[in-house]
Design a protein around this ligand. Structure first.
Ligand code: MN3
Length: 225
């Protein structure tokens, strides 16, 4: 456990430790429930993928974030800037992995529970999509092109600009979070671990299949917030 009293500060000559509240308390995060069974998204996303993705990858981001934030705060207390620099990267990466997957799990829904069912054309989100993109199909085509064009690991997002309320399709690299000027409507994991066990290198097939289990109800709820 984090205990400032037991630390031996490695104090750089040019730094002064300020005994502020910083680092004295911190909170850890818990992995939320998935909300459906591992096999509930089959045949579109296999149980094997869901189990590995949730119980290994996401769990690892969660645990590593918790360990890293504790070590980071120890490095802050100790005035160790080299450790802070290294740990800040681990905190950023794993915080992103934790938060992005929470948004992703809620962006999916079993077909039996309404997964894949598009928003009504007269809903606020439905109207915004048709106004900006012409049709649902055009938006889906744009998102699929965006996912296919993303190089390396990352995410594709349907977002709402908080200032003007407009929709946008953006990507982030690695586990980078969506910039705070946007709110997330849909999160789409484009990492290989999201599809490789089932779709191998044919990621376009995965992008097509995932629309069958997209949680548009959640997207509508987020859009109206
Ligand atoms: Mn993932």
């Amino acid at each position: 456990m984090f205990s400032p009293r037991t630390l031996k500060p490695a104090l750089p000559l040019t730094a002064t430790i300020i005994r502020s509240a910083v680092g004295r308390t911190f909170s850890t995060v818990k992995q939320p429930e998935l909300g459906y069974a591992y096999n509930a998204l089959e045949p579109h996303i296999s149980a094997d993928i869901m189990e590995t993705h949730y119980s290994k990858h996401h769990k690892n981001y969660t645990n590593t974030y918790n360990a890293s934030i504790e070590k980071y705060l120890e490095a802050v207390e100790a005035g160790d800037l080299v450790k802070q620099n290294a740990l800040a990267r681990a905190v950023k990466f794993n915080a992103g992995g934790y938060v992005n997957h929470n948004l992703f799990w809620k962006s999916l829904l079993p077909v039996a529970e309404g997964g894949g069912k598009l928003p009504a054309a007269e809903s606020a989100l439905g109207k915004a999509i048709v106004l900006q993109y012409g049709s649902f199909d055009k938006l889906i085509e744009l998102i699929d092109q965006t996912q296919a064009g993303l190089q390396g690991a990352g995410w594709t997002w349907l977002v709402k600009d908080k200032t003007d309320g407009k929709l946008d399709v953006i990507t982030t690299a690695n586990q980078d979070m969506v910039p705070s000027k946007y709110s997330v409507i849909l999160a789409l994991d484009n990492w290989e671990h999201a599809y490789y066990l089932q779709y191998k290198n044919v990621k376009a097939e995965y992008f097509k299949a995932v629309w069958n289990v997209i949680n548009w109800k959640e997207a509508e709820r987020r859009y109206e917030q």
